[in-house]
Design a protein around this ligand. Structure first.
Ligand SMILES: [Zn+2]
Ligand SMILES: [Zn+2]
Length: 332
């Protein structure tokens, strides 16, 4: 598996998700939400390496841990701090950037890019540490499409959810990986070496590879030794309500996704409260997982109203519909 993910935060506390996409050459890190204490579980050096932070929405329990992220990264050189979230994310984050005294920052180069995702367009604004984040600078605007981010190794897609306000769910797909099967190569009597670099880029099938390829051209050898592994995928969905019809629509959008991390704020006996507060019950989360045919469902974001025996019951409730439901390992 080249995606690994870590649920952050404890049961009945704020939760977040850290996704690592491992290519073999590098690791890309995506953080989903930033509740209180969530980043305490991640080393400073790893927080420094986070590539993008995606907010579902900006309720306090999803942004209260932002200061730790910011403290680690406000002045990081070379890599901007990249944030994504629904409309209003830019104003709220600018208030966070400005919530400190800045008088010793001269010569520091840090900056932040804030992407606000509306149904029609994504607007990006840049904020500079050198200016104490005082004003936004317009960056590119792009039309909102099914695809938020198209990196060479992964893609991120949004799902718009109803939480009384917009909450955005995110699906991360690792791109399919193509590797050279060294055993197959040796089986052809060929030896690995730098010449194989030609196989790693799309080239003309007729390209002559030289004597190391035993007379084979690029297309022929690629067919014999390249193996494609389908990319892994994980979805993060939190703070929303969905009726039966909306669960069907969501499940269709999640088809092919392997792992689902989903809120289960309430037990179904408290469905009235769930509706009132725009949250799911464990039963509804399990229905989404079952209809989307994901490989596993990890329940997060459970209400503090329950005693331990009760919140553990959320898992039994979900398992009755989707047997592969589970909690994060550190919640056991
Ligand atoms: Zn919320
Ligand atoms: Zn919440």
């Amino acid at each position: 598996m080249a995606i690994d993910f870590q649920v952050l935060g404890k049961p009945q506390s704020d939760n977040a998700l850290l996704v690592r996409i491992k290519t073999g050459q590098s690791i890309h890190r995506l953080l989903f939400d930033c509740g209180e204490g969530c980043l305490d579980e991640v080393d400073f050096s790893e927080v420094r390496e986070i590539d993008h932070v995606f907010f579902s929405h900006l309720h306090m329990d999803h942004v209260a841990g932002f200061d730790r992220y910011f403290r680690c990264n406000y002045d990081r050189p070379g890599k901007p701090n990249s944030f994504w979230g629904p409309k209003g994310t830019d104003e709220i984050l600018q208030n966070r950037f400005r919530g400190f005294l800045w008088n010793l920052h001269e010569g520091m180069k840090g900056h932040c890019l804030v992407h606000t995702i509306a149904s029609e367009q994504i607007v990006c604004r840049r904020y500079e540490l050198a200016e104490t984040y005082a004003r936004p600078h317009s960056q590119e605007t792009q039309a909102t499409s099914d695809l938020l981010l198209d990196h060479t190794s992964y893609q991120v897609r949004p799902l718009f959810l109803n939480h009384g306000t917009t909450s955005i769910g995110y699906i991360v797909h690792e791109k399919d990986r193509t590797n050279i099967d060294i055993e197959r190569l040796r089986g052809l009597g060929l030896q690995p070496g730098p010449w194989l670099k030609h196989l790693r880029v799309d080239g003309e099938p007729d390209f002559e590879l030289g004597p190391e390829a035993g007379g084979m051209r690029l297309g022929e050898l690629a067919e014999k030794v390249l193996v494609t592994t389908p990319g892994d995928s994980v979805a993060y969905l939190t703070d929303f309500i969905a009726n039966d019809e909306e669960i069907d629509i969501l499940a269709k959008k999640l088809q092919g996704c392997r792992h689902l991390i989903c809120e289960s704020q309430y037990l179904s006996e408290d469905r009235e409260l769930a509706v009132k507060n725009y949250h799911l019950t464990a039963t509804e989360s399990a229905k989404i997982a079952a209809r989307a045919q994901v490989d596993d469902l990890i329940l997060i974001h459970i209400s503090t109203r329950y005693a331990e025996s009760q919140w553990r019951g959320a898992l039994q409730e979900a398992k009755a519909i989707f047997p592969k439901a589970r909690f994060a390992t550190h919640w056991q």
